[in-house]
Design a protein around this ligand. Structure first.
Ligand code: IMP
Ligand code: MG
Length: 173
């Protein structure tokens, strides 16, 4: 397999340290509640596992898969490939996603989930490419605000490659 030419953006220990802080923030905000965590497949699996195992708040776990990307460019199309298994009506829902880039994926997903009438709906992302935003979307918890680089590793892939790297790297252009 062809090697990916990556530079390190965040090392494994920096990622875990920051996720611990986000987990504590979430615990503080949801005292006495149960959270329905929606992990957005596939990229957010890594962040979701590390986040929820650092949280004390009880959770129910749901998975959704949506797609919007082919290669490194946005196609602007979002399709639901895997939907919820249980009703989220009246639940306190937290979407866990790997990245907010243009914001289109999360905007679309948020609108879809709001139509299911949850009691509350918040969003946690590991990374935020803030300068790339094209649509207005409020993100409640952000791990790292990152520069406009294509990131790979710790869930992020380039055409399905590089997901299982333990650090977050980026492609040099
Ligand atoms: P948005 O709809 O433009 O916000 O894009 C969000 C989706 O694009 C994420 O769920 C990722 O799958 C993908 N994406 C955006 N930037 C990157 C990146 O730098 N590396 C890997 N995937 C990315
Ligand atoms: Mg994704």
């Amino acid at each position: 397999m062809e090697e990916l030419d990556l530079k390190v953006m965040y090392e494994q220990d920096e990622i875990q340290k920051r996720i611990k802080e986000v987990a504590e923030q979430i615990d503080n905000d949801y005292k006495g509640k149960e959270i329905t965590v929606i992990c957005v497949l596939k990229g957010a699996i890594f962040f979701t596992v590390d986040l929820v195992t650092k949280m004390k708040t009880p959770i129910k776990l749901e998975m959704m898969q949506v797609s919007s990307y082919v290669g490194t460019k946005s196609t602007g199309n979002i399709t639901i490939k895997k939907d919820l298994e249980s009703s989220i009506e009246g639940k306190d829902v937290l979407i866990v996603e790997d990245i907010v880039d243009t914001g289109r994926t999360l905007k679309c997903l948020k609108d879809y989930l709001l139509s299911k009438k949850p009691n509350s709906l918040k969003i946690a992302v590991l990374t935020d490419k803030a300068e790339r935003r094209e649509v207005d979307i409020h993100v409640d918890y952000v791990g790292f605000v990152i520069p406009n680089k294509f990131v790979v590793g710790y869930g992020f892939d380039v055409d399905e490659k590089g997901r299982n790297l333990p650090y977050i790297g980026y492609l040099e252009e």
